[in-house]
Write a protein that binds this ligand. Structure first.
Ligand code: G3H
Ligand code: 13P
Ligand code: ZN
Length: 305
């Protein structure tokens, strides 16, 4: 059985990325596992603390087991663990990898916390993602002149001191559907400097949804109200994967938008419908389609098992 480390190395060598797809219910996980199985693609299946609380840990473990039966190379990942205890809990539950997100802490504290998680996780063969720099959104009111990007020299020290397996970096993406006020930029100059300091090291891009206008328009056409949404450009994602060492791409908002757009359409088109299987089923199909599209045309992780 090939493990997660194998796929991280393969992705670095062959220049593709593993999707890290967030799920928060059975249908979204089914969409991910079917898309990955049909495209023969390895991927992370990610749960945030919020999603873990929403589903309940026993459901998460049971659902992940079912998903892995359909597509064995799905790796259960804790997204944005904020403290040691939540990471320990996920590790003890059998997660394949955890993210310890100490990015809002002072540098030394982030190092100490991340190191503590690594020591516990590595003993149990669980991989760890750390984060340096802050992935802000326009809602956080930060302008590009403020220094929240990853500092390349600190990145080198951070990796050396903590022994993390993957590093999430801040180069201009942000979470959610409202990523940019103006131009869709990514700081490739900073990415290059990080790679000089950390040659051949697996890097992670959060906040990487593309927020396609097709989905936004569909939501708005069927009674929603999402204004001024903007995501990362596909071309930038491809460049980050093909020309750099971004080998994990976090995607949550696009799955939510796909689900919501189709669910809204079905409920609008069939006003007499009240069977959740009908509208959630269509939402699931739409989510599966956009995940497959990403795997094939942006992440290039198709046929990489
Ligand atoms: O990075 C955050 C993910 O999109 C999870 O969001 O905390 O609302 O589940 P959530
Ligand atoms: P998006 O909101 O762009 O999908 O990012 C999700 C993410 O980074 C989860 O960790
Ligand atoms: Zn994130």
């Amino acid at each position: 059985m090939k493990n997660l480390k194998y796929y991280l190395n393969k992705a670095l060598k062959e220049k593709f990325a593993l999707g890290a797809f967030n799920f928060s219910n059975m249908e979204s996980l089914q969409a991910i596992s079917k898309a990955c199985s049909q495209t023969q693609s390895p991927a992370f299946i990610s749960v945030s603390e919020g999603a873990l609380n929403y589903m309940g840990e026993n459901y998460v473990i049971a659902l992940a087991k079912c998903a892995k039966e359909i597509s064995p190379y799905l790796f259960l990942h804790l997204d944005h663990g904020k403290n040691f205890d939540i990471c320990k809990k996920a590790i003890d539950l059998g997660f394949d990898s955890v993210m310890i997100d100490g990015s809002s802490l002072p540098f030394e504290q982030n190092i100490n916390l991340t190191k503590q998680v690594c020591e516990y996780a590595h003993n149990k063969n669980v991989l760890v993602e750390g984060e340096l720099g802050q992935i802000k959104g326009i809602e956080d009111n930060v302008s590009s002149t403020q220094n929240f990007y990853t500092d390349p020299e600190k990145a080198k020290i951070f990796v050396k001191e903590t022994n993390v397996d993957l590093l999430a970096i801040a180069i201009g993406t942000s979470h959610g559907a409202y990523k940019y006020n103006g131009e869709q930029t990514l700081r490739f100059d900073i990415l290059k400097e990080i790679e000089k300091q950390l040659p051949n090291f697996p890097l992670v891009l959060h906040g990487a949804s593309t927020i396609d206008s097709e989905l936004i328009n569909m939501i708005n056409d069927y009674g929603g109200n999402i204004k001024n949404a903007k995501g990362v450009s596909k071309e930038h994602l491809i460049q980050a994967i093909k020309e750099h060492n971004i080998i994990k791409i976090n995607t949550d908002s696009d799955i939510r938008l796909a689900f919501t757009s189709m669910t809204r359409k079905v409920l609008n088109d069939k006003k007499e419908e009240f069977d959740p299987r009908k509208y959630l089923g269509e939402g699931r199909n739409k989510a599966e389609d956009i995940i497959k599209d990403k795997i094939k045309n942006i992440f290039f992780s198709e046929n990489k098992l």
